[in-house]
Write a new protein. Structure first.
Length: 522
């Protein structure tokens, strides 16, 4: 259903008609102002325009690591940290993966596209592997631990199974690493999203090239755009990395793993661009993502359509090989009739019902300024199914108190945590003023406030919170604070000075306290 056609009354009917789970938003919270007022009283200092991480009562945060902090003898923590994922080693130690999505030339070496500047930028994007230890109730990075290392914009990374793309079996670097995931065999998945900002993009059917805008790297390193836009698998234990070609090439936001009823692995991924698509990949075997079939979503008819030359013969009219089908996945999905979406961001799976939640952040061109969350229910609740039903779970906007949902995380009690991404340019302007800076929100799955959208934290100026990730016991929430001060034009007067009241620094924080535990430790 087209969101613009959903009146408020229809939305209530829509939500009221869904199954009795977390997805049944309390009609009271949506229909009357009283619950909203109650929320405001509860955290009356939120939303906020302060240049700080402003938290609900009974919460505090520690700064874990910031851009530029050393992680070993030769590398520093990268820029614009995003997705966070953890592999627990024991009660007190974890291996953490953190994405570094993109560089802001002004804060690195400057806008001039010299080799020196670009090399500095290449060393700050990609991702970081860090060993963390909990000592005296605080998580700390174990500086110089042998596991600490960067996988960066200049790291040589092979395509899986020796596949050759544009004449090479390897890509130089991983870039635009936005969200990600973790496989059932404990490797990290990092998603290459806005690759066009670095190397531009090539369009198969029109045979045309769109160069990157300011800040691109192709003038010094003319690598083919086809080497980017993939999901990269990183094994932190043996340093093996590979670009997973079968999962397709587009602006991957996330790579959220699930299992079919017969044990194969399913990876859900959204393409974060206006009118692009939702995808899922079903693996051939239970222990590898190298082989399998990629599908795109037709949410009008509830069908997953295979991006496969043999299963979808119409693709043969355009493409010569299966490699081209997945390399130009956007064009393939369009040919198949996938349903254009309002910028699919994170995808998360309800831990109790198995329903798939997709954040559709906004689509201003279509008049969707506040976004929504779509809920997909696979047929027979089997992620291996090729049919599904879907409906809008939540509409962003003034009534729901949330705008531009982006990253999400379910805790063990199925409370849904959401971070927002109102763009730096839009923050504080008429349509968005009520929401303050970007924030962290929770929708409780039970209790007095079940189904309400409650703001938990507000980000510093120009920043968004990204990569929400709970500690193994869920007593802490790791969170990225990405791009504080990104609207800065002059380093002498930055728009934000978080966290140290100097130049702004993207950082990972750890949120903890009784209020968090009131949700996660019930
Ligand atoms: Fe990098 Fe779609 O956010
Ligand atoms: Ca995002
Ligand atoms: Ca976003």
């Amino acid at each position: 259903m087209n969101k613009e056609h959903l009146s408020r009354r229809n939305l209530l009917k829509f939500i009221g008609g869904s199954s009795v789970t977390l997805s049944t938003l309390s009609p009271i919270s949506l229909m009357t102002g009283c619950e909203t007022i109650k929320n405001k009283k509860k955290n009356s200092h939120l939303p906020s325009f302060k240049d700080d991480v402003v938290l609900a009562d009974e919460l505090s945060y520690d700064l874990l690591i910031s851009w530029g902090d050393p992680i070993n003898q030769s590398e520093v923590f990268g820029f614009n940290n995003d997705h966070i994922n953890l592999i627990p080693l024991n009660d007190k130690e974890v291996i953490m993966w953190v994405n570094h999505e993109y560089h802001h030339p002004l804060f690195v070496g400057g806008w001039e596209r010299t080799k020196e500047n670009i090399d500095m930028e290449r060393a700050l994007v990609g991702g970081s592997i860090l060993k963390l230890k909990k000592a005296a109730n605080n998580w700390q990075v174990v500086l110089n631990d042998p596991m600490n290392k960067g996988v960066r914009g200049d790291t040589k990374i092979p395509f899986h199974n020796d596949i050759k793309i544009k004449g090479s079996k390897n890509a130089i670097g991983t870039i635009a690493n936005c969200s990600g995931g973790k496989t059932p065999w404990n490797t990290f998945l990092t998603c290459e999203e806005n690759y066009h900002l670095f190397y531009g993009d090539y369009h198969y059917q029109t045979k045309s090239f769109t160069p990157p805008k300011n800040g691109g790297w192709n003038s010094i390193y003319p690598h083919p755009p086809e080497h980017y836009g993939w999901v990269v698998e990183v094994n932190p234990f043996n340093d093996e990395t590979k670009k997973l070609i079968s999962l397709g090439r587009f602006a991957h936001e996330s790579a959220t793993c699930h299992k079919t009823k017969d044990g194969r692995v399913v990876v859900y991924s959204g393409d974060d661009k206006e009118d692009e698509f939702i995808y899922k990949f079903i693996s051939k075997t239970n222990d590898s993502l190298d082989e399998g079939v990629l599908y795109c979503a037709d949410t009008i008819n509830g069908r997953w359509l295979p991006l496969d030359l043999e299963l979808s013969p119409e693709l043969k009219k355009v493409f010569d090989s299966q490699l081209d089908v997945v390399t130009y996945a956007r064009e393939s999905a369009k040919i198949l009739g996938a349903t254009p979406q309002n910028r699919p961001e994170d995808i998360e799976i309800h831990p109790k019902t198995g329903e798939i939640f997709v954040a559709l952040t906004n689509n201003k061109k279509k008049g969707d300024f506040h976004g929504s969350i779509l809920k997909i229910q696979e047929n027979n609740n089997d992620p291996g199914s090729l049919t599904f039903e879907s409906e809008t779970f939540l509409l962003g906007g003034l009534e729901s108190n949330i705008s531009c949902p982006d990253n999400m995380a379910f805790d063990q009690n199925a409370n849904l945590w959401i971070t927002t991404d109102i763009s730096g340019k839009a923050l504080g302007t008429a349509k968005y003023k009520k929401f303050g800076n970007n924030g962290l929100f929770v929708i409780p799955s039970s209790g007095e406030h079940q189904g309400e959208v409650i703001q938990v934290a507000s980000a510093p100026i120009d920043a968004e919170f990204t990569g929400p990730c709970f500690s193994p016991d869920q007593k802490e929430l790791f969170l990225s604070v990405q791009h504080p001060g990104e609207m800065t034009k002059d380093l002498k007067s930055p728009t934000s000075t978080w966290p140290n009241r100097e130049i702004p620094k993207p950082s990972v924080i750890v949120i903890k306290g009784k209020y968090l535990e009131s949700f996660t430790q019930r």
